[in-house]
Every structure is written in structure tokens, then in C-alpha cells.
Design a protein around this ligand. Structure first.
Ligand code: 9YT
Length: 135
């Protein structure tokens, strides 16, 4: 059984901070459970361009509000506590955090823990041994 706290992850190497969000990788590929799980907070007033070409992501909102602008069809969705969205079509989107937006994010294949978005909003497909090698 794996038991860990947000505070433990925040203090470790699997806490990633960017200009628009803080992502704490609570479960990662090395845990070998088949998926990864992040506790993420996007900062109020920011916009994050995201395009997970290599992953499926499911996001469950815990608190706050965000709007997702889907770039292929121009549709916008409002996400509030209790709402789930899943990018099962690898949709390119802009995530507008209306307030601080706190969510749980599940990725398949699992993140290694260190991924950050590239210039296209993509997370690279990393193997666990690559993450260990760069750690
Ligand atoms: C909700 C979302 O996709 N935010 C971007 C960060 C990403 N989910 C992560 O690494 O936690």
C-alpha cells in the first residue's frame, strides 16, 4: 500500500511549479500502478496552453473555477467543483483559471514526475529509466 501526503510531495522532487500552476505528482510511473495522479492548482487569472498528444488526462475539480477553450472547435466549457473532464481526443485547449483552480489530474500513460509543457503545450513521453537518469 502506498500512503503519502500532499505536504510530503510538495517538499520533494516531484513538485513542479510554473508561471501558471503548481503540480504535485502524488502517484508517478515509478509507483507502477498503471496511471499517475497529480494534485494541481492553476493560479487565478492565468491561461495555460495544453495539448497532451501523448497522454490521456482526466481532471476532477476540487475547488475554484476554470474555463476550457477547445481550440479545434472553439467551444468553451465551465468547470466547477464536482465536474470532471477527460481529454479522450487529445484536444488542444487553453485553460483559463477564473479563480485559483484546484484539481486532481490522472494521466495514462503515467507521468514520471518531472514533465513540464514544451512550447506546444505537450508533455514528452518519458520512460521511467529516463527520469531516473536525469534525477
Ligand atoms: C488541469 C491541467 O491540465 N493543468 C495542467 C497541469 C497538469 N495537469 C499537471 O501536470 O498537473
Amino acid at each position: 500500500m502506498i500512503v503519502r501526503t500532499l505536504d510530503e510531495v510538495k517538499a520533494g522532487e516531484n513538485s513542479v511549479r510554473t508561471d501558471t500552476f503548481e503540480s504535485n505528482r502524488m502517484l508517478i510511473a515509478r509507483d507502477r500502478v498503471g496511471f499517475s495522479l497529480n494534485h494541481t492548482v492553476l493560479y487565478a487569472g492565468t491561461v495555460t496552453h495544453i495539448w497532451y498528444k501523448n497522454h490521456i488526462e482526466a481532471v476532477y475539480c476540487l475547488s475554484g473555477e476554470a474555463k476550457i477553450e477547445c481550440l479545434s472547435d472553439g467551444k468553451t466549457y465551465t468547470i466547477k467543483p464536482g465536474t470532471l473532464y477527460t481529454l479522450d481526443g487529445h484536444e488542444e485547449h487553453n485553460l483559463h483559471a477564473v479563480t485559483d483552480f484546484e484539481c486532481l489530474c490522472v494521466f495514462d500513460p503515467p507521468l514520471t514526475g518531472r514533465e513540464v509543457h514544451d512550447e506546444d503545450g505537450v508533455y514528452p513521453l518519458m520512460q521511467e529509466d529516463e527520469a531516473s537518469a536525469s534525477a
